[in-house]
Ligand binder design. Sequence first.
Ligand code: GAR
Length: 192
Amino acid sequence: MEKYPGKKNIAVFISGRGSNLKSLIKHSKKKNSLIKIILVISNNPDAEGLKYASKSKIKNYGIKFTKNSNFENSSLKLLKKYNIDILCLAGFMKILSGNFIKKFSKPILNIHPSLLPKYKGLNTHERAIKNKDRFAGSSIHKVTEKLDSGKVILQKKVKILKSDNVRSLEKKVLKIEHEIYPKAINKFLTNL
Ligand code: GAR
């Protein structure tokens, strides 16, 4: 049985600050939201985002990433226990194995700070500035076994100004991320 009828049960995986988690929680509290966030898991027990989850009275767990399989097995048990429909990665800096993706068997979405397929992996803003790109941005995509390569659901651009550095660009991109992750989840759910 669904825990909150009519709304999808969402789990969010984070690794640190959790500002995207915060924006998703805010969105989920809106009357017309299609989601309910009921579980937050971090591979880093000291992640700031876990504190915000506690404050928001959302069940949360810090599971140390000593061995990939330990983290994945413990997480899979929790995802099942809480009857999770969709897993959203928000600043989760570990790579989930194909085995995990198969075993979970429900959709997994990720937010990545670049205009995919450009700049998969790390240091996206640094690379965009170095290449003198005119635009940077963020993408929400489905997670598959291949890193940052699943179907893009939504992306948004920001202009890179001559005066921009990695910090200022990160700030600009983060701002649009808070806007587009909730939108992308809505889009994904209404096209299911
Ligand atoms: C976000 O910019 C997100 O796109 C990025 O980490 C940041 C997390 O910020 N994710 C990745 O780089 C994943 N490869 P947050 O913890 O404040 O949400």
